[in-house]
Design a binder for this molecule. Structure first.
Ligand code: UDP
Length: 145
């Protein structure tokens, strides 16, 4: 490999149960690919309580954790590892702000989501927020990678 090859990164993306239920999993994959990132692996999974407790460990003690885990267990999620230069911040940018009602139009959450007035914010997708989170989350969801 040449020394000026761009540094590659991987991120964990989840299409949450609301996205899978609404038939938007393909649209999320389309946007990842259209942006020029590579799909490393894609798998429809029913997440366990244990996996979700680990995945959301940083939110331990927060009031929305229990409803969030319940929501994330309410149906299958599409677990995706995507790869590319700066893909972690790139996917966060594609996803948009946490609150889909005010997420910018043009983003996944801004175009396809809204606040439904439920106790947990159903915002279609998750994306790792740092290289450390990405490594931890990919290790949890895809230990063989
Ligand atoms: N969440 C929620 N209420 C809040 C904050 C977060 O329901 O007040 C949910 C929401 O689904 C969010 C997830 O918890 O996507 C994780 O929160 P985080 O702050 O990490 O937001 P994200 O990185 O997903 O934008």
């Amino acid at each position: 490999m040449t020394s000026d090859a761009p540094a590659q990164q991987r991120t964990l993306v989840l299409v949450k149960p609301d996205g899978v239920r609404r038939g938007l999993a393909g649209e999320v994959l389309r946007r990842i690919e259209a942006k020029g990132y590579t799909l490393v692996t894609v798998e429809l999974r029913q997440a366990s309580d244990e996996l979700l407790a680990e995945h959301y460990a940083e939110h331990a003690g927060k009031p929305f954790l229990a409803p969030l885990v319940e929501f994330m267990r309410s149906g299958p999620v599409l677990a995706v590892v995507a790869e590319g230069h700066r893909v972690i911040e790139g996917f966060r940018s594609l996803a948009g702000a946490t609150d889909p009602t005010v997420a910018a139009p043009g983003t996944i959450r801004g175009d396809l989501g809204r606040d439904w007035g439920l106790k947990v914010i159903q915002n279609l997708v998750h994306g790792s927020d740092s290289p450390e989170s990405a490594a931890r989350e990919i290790g949890l969801w895809f230990p063989a990678l």
